[in-house]
Design a binder for this molecule. Structure first.
Ligand code: GRG
Length: 303
């Protein structure tokens, strides 16, 4: 049975379903309780990192995908939260002095600024491992379905996914890279985990090949648009709204969409990707309304 999506539940974030953030936050909080017996330093840093005020974009997408397929959000909630663990891990490691050396994340000092570099590295490591623990222990699904979900998340995070994108990012800082290389970087660093959030949820909801194909195309296109708008916000927004250091990409001489294409062209590219994403879920048998709203939100987001 699907929970009805009431208009009154729409949020201050425009088209973005803020009520789903609350559902994710509630579940994340319940997972944190299980870390009561671990060393205090780790417990505090995990809590600090997970409880910060992110948009929960990836888990919200998982929940929206389940709703679009006629399932309750509870059906995919553990996997949705596990993906937020992986995402939080990637942010902690991305902020480290050896990578982006950032001081601010989600409006607070970064994990290493708050707890020290050693604790931050270990917190990221713990979150990555715990994400799989959640799927193994808390996600209800047949073993073959769980394996498919794990395959999605491991592939999106590993050497042909997020780490590949991040390596290109690290190695190209300070130089101008070809546009195709930039797209490869964005695809791996950002779009694959976003796609995995959609696909893993669809797999748990027994989606067939046709629906999975449409949702994959949707995920990849919104994922790329999400990173392009992230690049744009680094220039056009401010630290109060984004909770991150403003203008960091320019300071660090990073190759970004605005840097290689210009600001206006970058906006147009993001718009085209969002149109493509919406078209790819137009003719498949799902209730696509919420996924369309989330795709459109990407173009208007301020954080
Ligand atoms: C974690 C497997 C793994 C590897 C580490 C450090 C690293 C390799 C990857 C970094 C990937 C990364 C930080 C990509 C940026 C993606 C991005 C746009 C992040 C911002 O996401 P939002 O806007 O942030 O959803 P909030 O704070 O709202 O959750």
């Amino acid at each position: 049975m699907t929970k009805t999506f009431k208009k009154s539940q729409k949020s201050k974030l425009g088209l973005y379903p803020e009520y789903l953030i609350k559902e994710v936050d509630r579940c994340l909080k319940s997972f944190l309780k299980r870390y009561e017996g671990i060393p205090e330093e780790l417990r505090n840093s995990i809590r600090y990192s997970i409880e910060s005020s992110g948009k929960r974009f990836r888990p919200v997408l998982s929940l929206a995908t389940a709703q679009s397929l006629g399932f309750e959000i509870s059906h995919v909630m553990p996997t949705a939260c596990a993906i937020e663990f992986i995402h939080t891990y990637s942010l902690i490691h991305d902020d480290l002095p050896a990578i982006d050396n950032d001081d601010l994340r989600r409006g607070k000092p970064t994990c290493h600024r708050q707890f020290g570099e050693d604790i931050a590295i270990l917190t990221g490591d713990a979150l990555f491992a715990e994400s799989f623990n959640i799927i193994l222990k808390d996600q209800i699904a047949d073993p073959d379905i769980k394996l498919r979900v794990l395959d999605e998340l491991i592939s999106a995070s590993g050497a042909s996914g997020m780490v590949a994108g991040q390596i290109v990012d690290v190695c190209s800082t300070g130089s101008i890279i070809p546009k195709e290389r930039l797209e490869y970087m964005h695809l791996n660093k950002t779009a694959k985990l976003i796609t995995a959030a959609v696909r893993s949820s669809a797999i748990l909801c027994n989606a067939g090949p046709q629906i999975l194909k449409g949702l994959t195309e949707y995920g990849l296109n919104i994922g790329l648009a999400f990173q392009i708008t992230d690049d744009i916000l680094d220039i056009t927004s401010n630290s109060v709204l984004t909770g991150k250091t403003h203008g960091k990409d320019i300071l660090q001489l990073k190759s970004t969409y605005p840097h290689l294409w210009g600001l206006e062209e970058s906006k147009k590219i993001a718009e085209r990707k969002i149109s493509k994403a919406i078209n790819s879920i137009k003719n498949i048998n799902i209730d696509n309304r919420l996924l369309v709203d989330i795709a459109r939100f990407i173009l208007t987001r301020k954080a």
